[in-house]
Design a protein around this ligand. Structure first.
Ligand code: PLP
Length: 407
């Protein structure tokens, strides 16, 4: 079964919005369009349910039930328990809170491994724990390719390491890291694992029960949803880390690492992400029953479609002598987040693309450490061309033709 692109696009109001007409969107790694079910739920919440949730009157009960529904359905799709999934303002803030928990959980003589492939969100807050005497070890990328080699990690692991942090997929390198294998290595050494899934989840929700990390984070606003950060902390670890919420909320798993009061409407609207995945599953004749299996079906559908569209773009850019493609040139190995180094500032090139009906971005994308390690001047930055399953083949062709003109 291949993906029905017309059906997909009918689920996104942006594609029938007159002010966006004729613009091909290639900055999805920055933030995706929002799907209709999410918008519907957000509007309904504000119009009908925007009162303090979980009180005994109807509007409040409906609001609270919808917030629970979002957590329960998305958790089931990712193969974890509802109590293990929580919502916070953003992934950056969620990691920050987790780092405060680890600040008290581990101490001098113990170590954390971080990478220089990550967006700053999943590396900076961990590195600051050096203030407590915690040793920070850096798992370094290959300076040419941006690849993270698991053999290098093996050399960094010993019985002092308590936590290994890395991205499922970097927002500039694009290569998909083997989360299951890396997690197994870290666990074998007695360390916990924290994965930044922000650049991966928009291309198909992961099954965390199968992948195995102790912490997994991603951002709903890049995954067709509202501006929320989703964070899974598996129970075995959550119970060990000190509570970061009000003292009387510490026993509630999904409150334990979210000290901020939740944005009720946006949490409820996240149920629309589950509606969207269910809609895609049913429309494409996917399995009935198990939620993780259904989400897995949609994941595979999206991946197959994206890989097909991505390879011609990679082939076109790797054939050029005037750009450096960051990350693998094999679409199977990466997300459709394609970064090019131009040896000049990237932002004016993104502006030239905008004039040709291509929305793309230029800059460092908060992956300053990765760019620096790749020998790239962050002030020049990189041109990033990122798409998802709602992009069409003709949009990719339009992009390739536009690149020929601006590069
Ligand atoms: C890979 C990656 N991780 C983390 C983040 C931070 O996410 P948030 O904006 O939700 O804090 C981003 C945002 O661009 C990202 O691309």
């Amino acid at each position: 079964m291949s993906l029905d692109i017309d059906f997909i696009r009918s689920q996104f109001p942006a594609f029938s919005e007159p002010s966006l007409e004729g613009q091909a969107f290639f900055e999805n790694a920055g933030g995706s369009y929002t799907c209709q079910p999410v918008i519907d739920r957000l509007m309904r919440f504000y119009a009908q349910r925007k009162v303090q949730p979980y009180a005994p009157y109807k509007a409040s009960q409906l609001g609270g039930a919808e917030m629970d529904e979002a957590r329960q359905r998305l958790a089931a799709m990712m193969g974890v328990e509802p109590d293990e999934l929580s919502f916070g303002p953003s992934t950056s803030q969620n990691v920050y809170v987790l780092a405060q928990a680890f600040r008290k959980f581990i101490g001098p003589g113990e170590a954390i491994i971080v990478t220089n492939q990550d967006h700053e969100a999943n590396t900076g807050p961990w590195r600051r724990l050096a203030d407590e005497g915690i040793e920070i070890r850096e798992w370094k990328i290959d300076p040419q390719t941006g690849h993270l080699d698991p053999e290098d990690l093996e050399r960094l692991l010993d019985d002092k390491v308590r936590l290994v942090c890395f991205p499922h997929c970097s927002n500039v390198v694009g290569e998909i890291n083997p989360v299951t294998a890396i997690t197994a290595m870290a666990h074998a050494a007695g360390a916990f694992v924290c994965v930044d899934g922000v650049s991966y989840a928009p291309h198909g929700l992961p099954n965390l029960g199968e992948l195995g990390p102790d912490i997994y984070l991603f951002s709903a606003y890049k995954t067709y949803g509202p501006h929320q950060g989703l964070m899974v902390v598996r129970k075995a670890l959550a119970g060990l880390l000190p509570n970061q919420a009000h003292y009387f909320n510490g026993d509630v798993g999904y409150k334990r690492f979210t000290p901020a009061g939740p944005d009720h409407a946006q949490v409820a609207a996240c149920a629309g992400m589950a509606d969207y995945i269910d809609l895609l599953c049913d429309h494409h004749g996917g399995p009935k029953g198990d939620d993780a299996e259904r989400a897995g079906f949609v994941h595979d559908l999206m991946r197959a479609y994206e890989i097909k569209l991505l390879q011609p773009l990679l082939d076109a850019v790797k054939a050029r002598k005037d750009v450096r493609l960051i990350g693998p040139d094999d679409a199977e190995m990466r997300a459709p987040t394609v970064t090019l180094y131009l040896n000049r500032p990237a932002e004016p090139v993104a502006a030239a693309l905008a004039d040709m009906g291509i929305m793309a971005g230029g800059g460092d994308f908060y992956a300053v450490r990765a760019l620096t390690a790749l020998g790239i001047d962050p002030d020049n930055g990189v041109l990033r061309l990122s798409f998802t399953h709602y992009t069409t083949e003709s949009e990719v062709n339009k992009l390739i033709a536009a690149l020929d003109k601006v590069l």
